[in-house]
Design a protein around this ligand. Structure first.
Ligand code: GLY
Length: 352
């Protein structure tokens, strides 16, 4: 079993191994000597892993109940949240108890936000079951739900007590969903680790998942330790996302999936940065080769035909300050920096 410790406002371990989900009971009872667990998951994940987690908890003598909601981004809202609060209250959960978020980003974000707010905050454990949630969103304490005004607009920073990362759970993902998640993994290599980038480029990814996830959570954990509240370094994690979010919005979130949009965002910005002498020559080609290896796109018709509209849409990203844009550039593979641009400079940059 691999272990990575994150020393943020709360110190916690990320445990990574094949099949570790069956040890959930003993791992949480080592951490929490008393209290009962509320396992929160969606119907898809429940089908595969719900019973295994409940059995493991029972075997370890942990009292637990399960709450299941319908899968998908449409569930990441206040209605699901209220149902979770009701479930916790009706079953007598108190501040000595804790939530186990079993699933991908929607489950982690929603159950995490329930944990951040129920009784002004209770503990929670993440068991991420998708590539993005294992490599990225289960670490760092960002929790949120969507509102009509936008995605993730209501949330809190609330660090988990433990992250249990079972790479075997990635085997039940569709190839498309697996590929989609790889965009964030490649992003971590681009912004922080040439070594990770080379491992992804030169090896069979499926045969190296424990090592790959360990490297990802180490990178994510270090960024969070340095900048938990996203005032500086954490912004580097937005590489590919400025254009990526604009592309998702362009299609009203029904066209390119998040990872595909981020892949295009990373590729387009790296090509432009290379042309402008901000990035070492040859970087974009290496990035494109890896994106294609992972089944991800490197461009899109919106980029080819409607750049002005994408420019407009990227100005509305909540992560951009009214004073200008924070654009993430990788001068070379494994290195990244925040480049401040006025909106006019950004418009010019986008034109290449
Ligand atoms: N996924 C980006 C962050 O946690 O900041």
């Amino acid at each position: 079993m691999e272990k990575v410790t994150v020393k943020a406002s709360r110190t916690y371990d990320i445990l990574i191994d094949k099949g570790i989900i069956d040890k959930t009971g003993e791992l949480v009872s080592d951490l929490k000597k008393s209290g009962k667990a509320a396992v929160i998951t969606d119907d898809n994940v429940d089908r595969y892993y719900g019973e295994r987690v409940m059995e493991s908890l029972e075997k370890a003598g942990v009292s637990a109940k399960k709450f299941v909601f319908p899968h998908g981004e449409a569930s990441k809202n206040h209605s699901t949240l209220l149902n979770i609060y009701d479930f916790l209250a009706e079953n007598g959960y108190t501040r000595s108890d804790y939530i186990i978020a079993l699933g991908g980003g929607v489950v982690g974000d929603t159950a995490g936000y329930a944990a951040a707010t129920y009784m002004r905050g209770i503990d929670f454990v993440q068991i991420p079951t998708t590539v993005v949630s294992q490599a990225d969103s289960s670490v760092g304490g960002k929790t949120a739900v969507d509102i009509a005004g936008g995605k993730n607009l209501v949330g809190a920073f609330h660090q988990p007590r433990l992250v249990i990362c079972d790479t075997e759970t990635l085997k039940t993902l569709t190839p498309e969903f697996f590929s989609d998640g790889m965009a964030e993994v490649i992003k971590h290599g681009m912004i922080k680790s040439r070594e990770l980038f080379d491992i992804l480029s030169n090896n069979d990814i499926n045969n190296n998942l424990v090592d790959i996830m360990k490297r990802n959570v180490t990178i994510k954990g270090q960024v969070v330790e340095n900048d938990e509240r996203e005032k500086g370094e954490r912004m580097l994690l937005n590489f590919g996302h400025t254009l990526g979010h604009a592309i998702e919005k362009y299609y009203n979130f029904t066209g390119l999936t998040h990872g595909c949009a981020v892949a295009v965002g990373m590729s387009v910005f790296t090509h432009i940065a290379e042309r402008r002498g901000m990035t070492v020559k040859g970087t974009a080609e290496k990035l494109d080769t890896l994106l294609i290896k992972c089944g991800l796109p490197i461009t899109d018709s919106a980029v080819e035909n409607d750049l002005d509209k994408l420019y407009e849409l990227s100005l509305h990203d909540k992560k951009h300050l009214s004073s200008g844009m924070n654009i993430i550039i990788c001068p070379e593979i494994g290195k990244s920096e925040v480049v401040k641009m006025s909106v006019d400079e950004y418009k010019d940059f986008l034109k290449g």
